[in-house]
Design a protein around this ligand. Structure first.
Ligand code: ZN
Length: 419
C-alpha cells in the first residue's frame, strides 16, 4: 500500500542502499562539497521528510513559495529548500544544467544531484516573503544572507546512509519506518510535539493536554492515540540545551512512567530553524504529516523570535487552509502554568488566578540548572533533573547548555562512512 504524505502524495524515498550500486552511480562524477544545512536537507529529502519534494527547489518553486505559499504545482509549501553554491565554484568545475554531480559532506559521498537549473534569486525578496522582515538581527535573515550567491535546483538521491551516533541512533526513524511503528502500535491518531527543549512540567502538560484533545471521542478500552515527540536537531547556539539532553530527557519522562509505554515515543528530525513564526509552523505541520502524524500542537509563539510575530499568528495561519491542502490538524494551545491557589500545574484557559500564578520561566529554570539547584517536582520531574545533569557530565563538558567547548568539540550527530 502506498504511504501518503503531504499533499496526498506518496512518501518519497530516494536512496541507493547497495554500496556497490552507489559506488557505480558516483563513479567519475564532478564533486561539490555542501554545507551542514544542505547535507541535513539532502537526508531529509532522500528519506521523504520533505515529501513531495524530490530535490532542491528550482526558481519556479522558490518563486511560488514566496508569492503564494505553494510549490509550482499548487501544493501548500512555506519555506524554500535551497542548495546554495558559489558561482565561481560552478564555473571552475564547469557544472551545467542536465548533468549529474556528486554532493559530498565531511569529504565523503552523500548524494547525487541531477542538475536541472542553476539560478540566482533575490535573497531580500525571500526574507521579506517568508520571514516578514529583512533585518539582519532576525536569525533567519542572517542565515539567508549567509547563503552563497547561486542556487542549484534538481533531484537528489542519497548514495551513502548517515550513521547516527549514540544516543541519537536510538531515536532516528525515517518517515517510512515511523509509519510502520505507528501501524504496529495501532495508533489511529498521532499528535506531534515539536521541541528543542528539555521538558519541564509545562511541556509535559502541553503534551498531555494535546493528547486529550486529539483522543477526543475515541474509545478508551484500548487507547489509540499516541504522542510523537519530534525533537528538532540542527545547528546550536551557545546557551541552547545540548542535543543529547533534549532527546534523553524526553525519553526519561517515558521511562519514568509519566507517559505510558503504549501512548508515547521520542524521535527527532534534522532541521535548521528559520524562526519564520507562522510560516514555519505550517512547514512543521507538513513535516509531521510526512511522519504520519494526524495532529500537531502549536503553543505560544511557535518558531518565533523576538517580537517579529504576534504570539498567536502561528495559530491563526491554519485558518487559511482546507483539510485538502493540509491534512494534519493543529491543536492550538495557550500556556500551562503553576498556580499556588489551584495547587497544581494548570492551564491558562482554565485557571482564574492569573494574578497569582507562576509562569514556567526558561530563564529561571536555566539559572537553577546552571547553579545545580534541584527545582521542585512541580517544575521539573526529579528523574528528568537527574538525567539532564548526567547528560551535562557525559556529553556537555559539565554543562546542560551549549558552551563554546561543546560547540567546538562535541561528537557529531551523524557521520558518513566511507563508500
Ligand atoms: Zn489557579
Amino acid at each position: 500500500m502506498a504511504l501518503k504524505g503531504h499533499g496526498n502524495k506518496e512518501i518519497v524515498e530516494r536512496v541507493i542502499s547497495s554500496k556497490s550500486d552507489a559506488r557505480a552511480a558516483v563513479k567519475g562524477l564532478k564533486q561539490l562539497a555542501v554545507s551542514g544545512r544542505c547535507a541535513r536537507e539532502c537526508i531529509d529529502i532522500g528519506y521523504g521528510f520533505f515529501t513531495p519534494l524530490e530535490g532542491f527547489m528550482n526558481s519556479k518553486d522558490v518563486g511560488t513559495v514566496c508569492e503564494k505559499m505553494t510549490l509550482a504545482d499548487g501544493t501548500l509549501w512555506t519555506i524554500p529548500i535551497i542548495l546554495d553554491v558559489e558561482s565561481g565554484e560552478i564555473n571552475s568545475k564547469g557544472i551545467k544544467a542536465g548533468e549529474t554531480i556528486l554532493l559530498t559532506y565531511t569529504e565523503r559521498p552523500l548524494a547525487i544531484l541531477e542538475v536541472e537549473e542553476i539560478f540566482s534569486f533575490n535573497r531580500n525578496k525571500i526574507a521579506e516573503a517568508v520571514l516578514g522582515t529583512n533585518e539582519e538581527k532576525h536569525p533567519g535573515v542572517k542565515m539567508l544572507n549567509g547563503f552563497k550567491d547561486t542556487f542549484i535546483g534538481g533531484k537528489i538521491t542519497l548514495v551513502n546512509m548517515p550513521q547516527f551516533q549514540p544516543p541519537f541512533d536510538k531515536f532516528w526513524y525515517t518517515p517510512k519506518e515511523l509509519r510502520k511503528i505507528i501501524a504496529e502500535k495501532e495508533w489511529k491518531r498521532i499528535v506531534a510535539h515539536q521541541t528543542r527543549n528539555v521538558p519541564h512540567s509545562g511541556h509535559e502538560w502541553l503534551m498531555k493536554g494535546a493528547w486529550f484533545s486529539a483522543n477526543g471521542e475515541l474509545p478508551v478500552e484500548k487507547l489509540q492515540t499516541g504522542v510523537l515527540v519530534n525533537c528538532i536537531i540542527g545547528p546550536k547556539r551557545a546557551g541552547d540545551y545540548i542535543d543529547e539532553a533534549i532527546v534523553l530527557c524526553h525519553q526519561q519522562l517515558h521511562d519514568s512512567g509519566y507517559f505510558r509505554d503504549d501512548i508515547h515515543m521520542v524521535s527527532f528530525a534534522l532541521w535548521d530553524m528559520r524562526y519564520a513564526g507562522p510560516k514555519e509552523a505550517v512547514f512543521h505541520a507538513i513535516l509531521r504529516t510526512n511522519l504520519g502524524c494526524t495532529h500537531q500542537m502549536f503553543g505560544r509563539d511557535h518558531a518565533g523570535v523576538g517580537s517579529y510575530y504576534d504570539p498567536y499568528d502561528a495559530h491563526r495561519i491554519f485558518d487559511r487552509f482546507s483539510e485538502e491542502k493540509l491534512s494534519i490538524k493543529p491543536v492550538r494551545v495557550l500556556e500551562w502554568w503553576y498556580c499556588p491557589v489551584c495547587g497544581e500545574v494548570t492551564y491558562s484557559g482554565l485557571c482564574g488566578h492569573d494574578t497569582k500564578v507562576q509562569n514556567f520561566s526558561g530563564t529561571l529554570i536555566r539559572s537553577m540548572l546552571t547553579d545545580k539547584v534541584k527545582p521542585t517536582k512541580l517544575i521539573f520531574r526529579p528523574e528528568v533533573y537527574d538525567k539532564v545533569m548526567e547528560c551535562a557530565d557525559i556529553y556537555g563538558f559539565g554543562s546542560p547548555f551549549c558552551t563554546e567547548k561543546y560547540l567546538a568539540e562535541r561528537q557529531p550527530v551523524f557521520i558518513l562512512p566511507p563508500l
